[in-house]
Design a binder for this molecule. Structure first.
Ligand code: AMP
Length: 182
């Protein structure tokens, strides 16, 4: 199963993606995690990306697409994957579709985790990551609204978009996701 977990920063995508990847026995591909690892390792890509991440801006498509392309070519992705935090722009979404179409293995579904903005702000301000201070949070939400939210329309047109309520305990949200994916 090839799944994208979609949603604004702070809706709980990362936590749920890890759990879903265990349930479905497919790898969890988080571009945020990949970029943080590249950064910690001090690779040129990681250093480049770090500046954007600190400001709450999206990392340029070319950099992100490179790491995702490399990762998708690894053997463990043949049985499927859970993408978390990717795609985040229309260009990323179109490129992903092209890659997957070339292998005759299109996305099965895109699941949006829906949480209203006030609760997102509360959650992000408690998380304590370096990109979670107030100004950076505001920028990340703005980037989501401008660049990422339009993908809901893109995937709806492709007939693969669905949504779950992200309010509740992690177990409650996971049960909703599992009901959709199994
Ligand atoms: P995340 O852990 O998914 O919240 O991502 C943390 C940061 O990494 C984001 O604020 C962006 O700066 C960057 N990032 C992660 N995924 C992407 C992506 N698909 N496109 C552009 N930037 C990304």
């Amino acid at each position: 199963m090839r799944t994208v977990l979609f949603g604004a920063p702070g809706v709980g995508k990362g936590t749920q993606a890890v759990r879903l990847s265990h349930l479905l026995k497919v790898p969890h591909l988080s571009t945020g995690d990949m970029l943080r690892v590249a950064r910690a390792e001090g690779t040129p890509l990681g250093i480049d990306a770090g500046g954007y991440m600190d400001q709450g801006k999206l990392v340029p498509d070319a950099l992100v697409l490179k790491i995702v392309e490399d990762r998708l070519q690894q053997d463990d992705c043949r049985r499927g994957f859970i993408l978390d935090g990717f795609p985040r722009t229309e260009h990323q979404a179109v490129t992903l579709d092209e890659w997957l179409a070339a292998n005759d293995a299109p996305l099965d579904r895109v699941i949006q985790i829906v949480v209203d903005k006030e609760l997102i702000l509360q959650r992000l301000s408690k998380r304590g990551r370096t990109d979670d201070d107030a100004a950076v949070i505001a920028r990340r939400l703005e980037q989501y609204d401008q660049l990422t939210r339009p993908l809901i329309h893109y995937y709806s047109e492709h007939g693969i978009m669905c949504a779950v309520d992200g309010v509740g305990t992690p177990d409650e949200v996971f049960d909703r996701l599992a009901a959709l994916t199994c």
